[in-house]
Write a protein that binds this ligand. Sequence first.
Ligand code: CP
Length: 300
Amino acid sequence: MGTQHIISIGDFDRDGIDRLLDHAGQIDKKKFDPDALAGKILAVLFFEPSTRTRMSFESAIARLGGTSISVGSVDACSMAKGETLADTIRVVSGYADAIVIRHPKEGAARLAAEFSTVPVINAGDGAGQHPSQTLLDLYTIRQSMPIDGIDIALVGDLRYGRTAHSLASALSLYNARLHTVSPNGLELPQTLAAKLRDRGMEIIEHDDIREVIPDVDVLYVTRIQRERFPDSASYFNVSSSNRITPELLEGARKHLIVLHPLPRVDEIDPRVDNSPHAKYFEQSRNGVPMRMAMLLQVLQ
Ligand code: CP
């Protein structure tokens, strides 16, 4: 078998996803060997800011007995001197047993996989994919309800939001119905929507978030990504659309869960945090068992 990379959620079929979710569930119950990855080294190459993904991968390898190495900041590595990503990956794959990479350019993780001799895990490539986030999102949904057949609203920046792209793709394997609510110009890319519809997914576009609240099981809220806008004016035109408040949730189903990959800026009113609907901090905590399961899959 060749090197096992995790670049896109599309690399998995439904059985593969379910197996990983089951494994994360076992790990969550402390059923794992704390020395399973003793002696293994994870290289953490982040060319964009991160709190959750980076730290939960570092926590995951440490909990399994391995260690992580990194170059610190982007400015501190030799790419700042003009070294290519391909050469960087060739070199780093000689220092580690797996590489986790985040990069601002879509396709960078796939390129890294072409030049790496060790498994590469995509920790987010521009507006492309974020497969480890999707797995922990699915894991969090499954803690509250069966994933099959859910009605889910994706809210916010669906054009640039890689977490929304990955999650929508995965949910097409689970017979989910997708509701989208996004500011003008930030809709789900047409190519992705067409692909999902070809797979039989029903996608309903809404102009007003109030329309979807009574009809969904999951509200997946995403940040408007300022860093991907060409200028500040176009960002500020849309940044406060569709804010989630306790008043908005009054008409929600009792079991509705609110998820957000975080960081949030002002998409969710902090008063929602204490509501039984709010699951976004549990969601970020789930990153550790989920990423432990992923590391065991590629490193064992
Ligand atoms: N959800 C997520 O990717 O968060 P970070 O950017 O903090 O890693």
